[in-house]
Write a protein that binds this ligand. Sequence first.
Ligand code: SF4
Length: 440
Amino acid sequence: MRSVRFVTFGCKANQYDTQLLRETLRRRGWTENREADLVVINTCTVTAEAGRKARQLIRRIGRETPETRICVTGCLAESEPEVLRELPGVDWVLGNGEAKRPAHFLRQIGEEVDPEELGIPSGITEFAGHTRAFLKIQDGCNKTCAFCIIPKVRGRSRSKSADELEVEVRGLLANGFHEIVLCGIHIGHWGLDLGQNLAFLLRKLVDIDVFDENGSPRPWRLRLSSIEATEVIPSGTGDSVLAVMAEAPDRIAPHLHMPLQSGDDETLVLMNRWYTRKEYLAACDLIRGQLDRPAFTADVLVGFDGETESRFVNTLNAVHEAGFARLHVFPFSPRPGTAAANPRSLSSPAEVRDRRARLSQAASEVELIYRESLNGARETVVLEGWTGLSGRYQRVTVRPEDIEGVPPAMIEVELEVERNDSDETRLIGKPMGVEEALSQ
Ligand code: SF4
């Protein structure tokens, strides 16, 4: 029996791609094992660090177990195939186009493929080691942000059809998942190539009902992964993601990860982003007007080419104004092959360190304010034991004394902010009644 080990770097889309290959090989009798015959390394190239770690791992496997065959896939395989092919132990370097179609992947690694296998389902049915399933709805991106290599290595947006995705969602729900995270490279571009839009897909998916063996409806929800603020709100007269979220608050988590990148208009232009600080903040206000205390999370880049102290302060202020529930702060590192590969005016490492620290401090402050604003809010929590992740992306604890017997997988609660002697807060979920939670 042949064995495989998967190692995944990077984003949710990459994790989905790995799961697709995992199920492809498992159907053919492969087992998963740490000491495997084949190691598939699904790489990322979004930062220089991600590439360095992947190369380091490949070298280590090649050195320690030279008999292991190595297949490198993913974005690094797309951006530097020649470098990877030279590394010891590497047998295959498969770019994103070659590795993402199961039959193609099998042929590349020397497996015989029966003609009927060409119709192998191109979706996943589970998500190894996770309580939430990541479902990739599209790949690629039609934008050209100056710091980003992704459009070069993933190409333009290609969407999976709404019918295929419905089948995939039903399969994941049947296998017990309570939360499905719709992910991709630029999910707001879903449907552009099909003459549809993301709101259309969401309307189709929120209508899916699943039932347990007693015929009772089983609660479940969708969550959107990263989506641009300008693609949540209505543009023109068409349907919008926000409209569907407002109509189905129990089916779509009120959490939006909307990359900010910078809160300074001049920097946004240099980054080739397409919105102003005012437009981003106006989108937050509009969403807040339609959803109950939505959680906004975001990415911000520090030290981008041309960043001055006053430009940075604009970003710092925008973080306070947006009122994020969580902020991810990344230092800018120029990537070869991008428009910002040759910066002209970089801040010093000490300045970048200082700005990162100030942004992280601001993030802690706004995160606390947001958490405290949730006192009394109704939430659904996907539990793993006595704690779990709420729709608003908060870790919530349920007390054993509030529940009879084993905790359910998903429960509706009212939130209570609890503060300890050291002034740290945590969120307690007071069950609204398991019966009620299950009857959603
Ligand atoms: S929107 Fe910009 S940052 Fe996001 S994947 Fe596309 S080019 Fe990269």
